[in-house]
Ligand binder design. Structure first.
Ligand SMILES: [Zn+2]
Length: 404
């Protein structure tokens, strides 16, 4: 082994074990950046060893929904909202997504990469080892391609692994009189370029009031699927347009938000195995109704949780904070919340990760506590002791840890 982590309280999230797959005292053998074995009890080894003294070890967290590439801020909107203005009122007053376009378009590649990397580094400090980043704050064909290239370049050994997504966010103001023309350009030009140059693994459409209609969403996601991209959508944040049914029908990876979703929508998600991504930060900040977690649970829909890190409704890189919101505000159990930022989040992105099991990548977060409930319970404090992940230059054993 390259490294053995011993004397650890391990949350494996292994689907072959019940619940969170807890091992109260155990060890993990790591070689070539992969988990080779997971053992219960005290393990004697001649390999380089790190004694964790009973600390909690979990899969590295997976943040499956962010808009972390943008410039400018919208703190003024936060203040307006705190004074009682609604999301749609703020958008009508020139706020919202449109307010981020100008600052983002004006920045150079190097500036955008630096801004994005600082957010990715912050996410890593809060335990995230895989993070999805969507384009979406330029809206022109060339501009969206530029954002995706910058997303790829923002990743390095200090950041989480980055999973890029093409987001068709809204119809730009200059195309409002020709919505069909813009949608055609997305389908025939942008999606083809993205797939050809391998700039994203999936496409996402904001299917809601004020964004894309259900028919437009169908056209875009069908083109994306044909081009070999995974399919996802923002659905039902404000109004249920039938997006959940559509994504399920297309065999999509995830539907995200879901404050509004019908019983039929939930049933189709369960049947298709599509992940429901909960975004409690945005929900709470916009004072929206809570998604029907109980119905999703009873239907057996896998639930993930993400930060939705974006400049408007949820400027946070912290998944532990979302664990707190999910358990206190969304009625999710501690177990559901943890699976939501590990195994289920990896599934929403169709990537490996989110589990500690033989063969899995050794992306691991070590915590300054031993009880999984302590992370949401002690909210606002950063209990992360360290994160370790597989990079292009190999797996780095924990810095500052004594290896025997
Ligand atoms: Zn979003």
């Amino acid at each position: 082994m390259d490294c053995v982590l011993t004397n650890a309280r391990i949350m494996t999230c292994d689907p072959n074990r019940p619940g969170l797959g807890m091992i109260d005292r155990g060890a993990i053998g790591i070689a070539d950046g992969k988990v080779v074995w997971v053992a219960e009890g005290m393990v004697a080894t001649d390999d380089p060893e790190i004694d964790l003294g009973g600390q909690l070890v979990t899969p590295g967290l997976v943040d499956c929904h962010t808009h972390a590439i943008f410039a400018g801020d919208r703190a003024n909107e936060f203040a307006m909202r705190a004074a009682g203005k609604s999301y749609l009122e703020i958008a009508a007053a020139g706020g919202g997504i449109q307010a981020t376009l100008g600052p983002t378009r004006a920045r150079t590649d190097a500036e955008l990469i630096a801004l994005t990397r600082s957010r990715l580094t912050a996410a890593r400090a809060h335990g995230t080892t895989t993070i999805e980043v969507k384009s979406g704050y330029d809206l022109t064909i060339e501009g969206e391609l530029r954002l995706l290239r910058c997303i790829a370049r923002a990743a390095d050994v200090s950041t989480p692994r980055v999973v890029p997504t093409l987001l068709c966010h809204v119809i730009p103001a200059e195309c409002r009189d020709d919505r069909d023309g813009y949608v055609r350009e997305l389908c025939e030009s942008l999606i083809q370029e993205v797939a050809y140059h391998d700039l994203a693994t999936s496409a996402d459409v904001y299917c809601d009031e004020g964004a894309f209609t259900l028919d437009e969403t169908r056209a875009i996601l069908t083109a994306a699927k044909r081009a070999g991209l995974g399919v996802r959508a923002h659905v039902g944040q404000f109004r249920d347009l039938g997006g959940a049914e559509l994504v399920a029908e297309l065999g999509g990876l995830s539907v995200d938000h879901l404050e509004q979703v019908s019983d039929t929508g939930i049933a189709t998600l369960a049947k298709a195995g599509t992940v429901a991504v909960m975004l409690p930060g945005a929900c709470v900040q916009l004072r929206l109704p809570v998604p029907p977690v109980d119905k999703l649970r009873r239907a057996g829909v896998p639930m993930a949780i993400a930060t939705d890190c974006n400049p408007g409704s949820s400027y946070s890189e912290s998944l532990p904070l979302q664990l707190w919101l999910a358990t206190t505000h969304f009625g999710m159990t501690v177990e559901e919340a943890w699976l939501g930022v590990t195994r289920h989040a990896a599934r929403a992105l169709a990537v490996d990760g989110g589990v500690i099991a033989p063969g899995a990548r050794a992306d691991i977060t070590i915590w300054k506590c031993s009880d999984p409930a302590e992370v949401p319970y002690h909210y606002g404090a950063n209990l992360v002791d360290g994160t370790y992940r597989l990079t292009d230059s190999g797996w780095q054993p924990p810095a500052g840890r004594s290896v025997r």
